[in-house]
Design a protein around this ligand. Structure first.
Ligand SMILES: O=C(O)CCC(=O)C(=O)O
Length: 255
């Protein structure tokens, strides 16, 4: 286990898989090319500008989701670029080996951390399914930097190695690291790793485009039929429909 996250080209799937296994998180460099990065930012710009800060939903806990954070679901409403990013070959390849069967998207979320936001509570995303007590790492998360991620602007705080800890072990501050990375790179991480959104002490907004992938037979957090409009769903490719769990195909185990 390292105290810093490894930084590996997004095309080196084997090295990314190894770092993920060892540390619970890894930075995949150049996850998006510059054109896709610009197109993703452009596709989401108006929607994010129009949202108020602290747009929590369903009376979820504000303190967890952030008072100076904006979040957008229903990301496939925002066009083909986002669909291509959802279908990125890296999670497809990693998921095949890690998720014990075909996978679907659990949730897609644009997470914009604004100036003045404080650090989120450390947590493990996999806790949503803890009662299933699954014996393997069933959630693969990707948080793509749409802006540079720095320690000062809210880069995700990560505790490398904590995906293997007992649930009650608390990290020392010296065990934290920050997923600092240039725009276009991505933090790829396990559902069992302790992490949180970071504090933003700059005047700029940090934007992360998150996709979580789970086995096709688990209940996703997001209901895509509720979060997307009918036209956007009708325009999706068969592969994207499968990833959103809208197709009967894909409910298959490789085991
Ligand atoms: O925005 C981030 O970097 C992470 C946020 C997060 O972990 C969450 O909201 O569950």
């Amino acid at each position: 286990m390292s105290t810093q996250l490894a930084q590996v080209p997004a095309t080196d799937i084997e090295a990314i898989g190894k770092a993920l296994e060892a540390d619970g998180g890894v930075i995949a460099l150049d996850y998006l090319d510059q054109r896709s990065l610009a197109a993703a930012r452009e596709a989401l710009a108006a929607a994010i500008a129009d949202l108020p800060w602290c747009n929590t939903y369903n009376a979820y806990e504000d303190a967890f989701f952030g008072q100076k954070t904006k979040r957008i679901h229903g990301l496939l409403n925002y066009g083909e670029t986002i669909e291509r990013i959802l279908l990125h070959p890296l999670p497809a390849a990693l998921g095949r080996h890690r998720l014990a069967g075909e996978m679907i998207m659990s949730t897609g979320e644009l997470m914009a951390i604004g100036p003045g936001e404080t650090r989120q509570r450390l947590h493990r995303d996999g806790v949503s399914w803890e009662r299933a007590n699954l014996p393997f790492d069933f959630l693969l998360s990707v948080n793509i930097a749409l802006t540079d991620f720095t320690q000062d602007n809210g880069a995700t705080v990560v505790v490398p190695g904590s995906h293997r800890w007992n649930a009650d072990r608390q990290p020392e501050p010296s065990e934290f690291t920050y997923a600092q990375m240039p725009a276009g790179s991505a933090l790829v991480y396990s559902g069992q790793i302790l992490h949180s959104g970071g504090a933003n002490i700059t005047d700029d907004t940090r934007m992360g485009l998150y996709f979580g992938y789970i086995p096709a037979w688990l209940r996703p957090l997001e209901n895509p039929v509720q979060t997307h409009n009918a036209e956007a769903l009708a325009a999706l490719s068969p592969s994207a429909r499968k990833l959103l769990g809208l197709s009967e195909e894909g409910f298959v185990a490789y085991l």
